[in-house]
Design a protein around this ligand. Structure first.
Ligand code: HEC
Length: 196
């Protein structure tokens, strides 16, 4: 069963990434920003993002060309990460890890502390909320390597040459390979700022 990659798939995926389900998550007016609200809202937003990303990755990987799939992931994952909550002022969503593929996703100091705590807890906790100096909060949710992730984050020796070539070209500083099933990969971070 050979399904061919077509630009249409990319367009469909991009469109999906640009129009997240806006009305499904409960909203947190800035005056009611507190740890509990940050946890509830963070869980809803990161859950949505995980579902969207998984669906997009499965769609992208069903194309015949893994290198094209990476192009889709690259174009879709980043705007999706932002778009998931950009419609609400004061909320910013991103992914970070100790071993970034894209250096733009490198952790800051607080990220690093949380990543270390998650990496040493086995299994990692379901989530964690951290207060930030400006009165805001960060909600962190761990991402664990599933079968699907190994296709682009597993052993590069198992990757098709076109995928290796594309990753080297787009991400010359790629550190995000060599993971095994069940490994802790990184986090989704949902940031809530009191001043939009
Ligand atoms: C088709 C290839 C592909 C698959 C499959 C894939 N990823 Fe990625 N992943 C990428 C690319 C490309 C990036 C870089 C995106 C960017 O430029 O921000 C990335 C980035 C990430 C990041 C952001 C941090 C970083 O390293 O830059 C996380 C976290 C991540 N992936 C986790 C996962 C998880 C968990 C899975 C499985 C559910 C998965 N990925 C499956 C290609 C893939």
């Amino acid at each position: 069963m050979n399904r061919k990659y077509t630009p249409l798939i990319a367009i469909a995926l991009l469109t999906a990434g640009c129009h997240p389900a806006r009305d499904e998550s409960p909203s947190v007016p800035s005056q009611s920003l507190n740890e509990g609200a940050a946890r509830a809202k963070g869980a809803a937003i990161s859950g949505d993002l995980m579902e969207t990303l998984k669906a997009q990755l499965i769609g992208a990987l069903s194309s015949n060309d893994p290198a094209q799939a990476v192009a889709v992931c690259r174009n879709v994952a980043v705007p999706t990460t932002d778009a998931a909550a950009v419609h609400e002022r004061g909320i910013h969503v991103r992914r970070t890890t100790m071993k970034p593929r894209n250096p733009a996703n490198a952790p800051d100091e607080l990220d690093r502390r949380v990543l270390e705590a998650f990496a040493t807890a086995n299994p990692p906790p379901a989530d964690r909320v951290e207060p930030v100096d400006d009165g805001g909060y960060r909600y962190y949710r761990p991402l664990v390597i599933a079968e699907l992730c190994l296709k682009c984050h597993g052993d590069p020796a198992t990757f098709p040459p076109a995928l290796v070539e594309t990753l080297q070209r787009l991400y010359p500083q790629d550190q995000a390979t060599g993971y095994a099933l069940g490994d802790f990969r990184g986090v989704i971070c949902v940031e809530f700022s009191p001043r939009p």
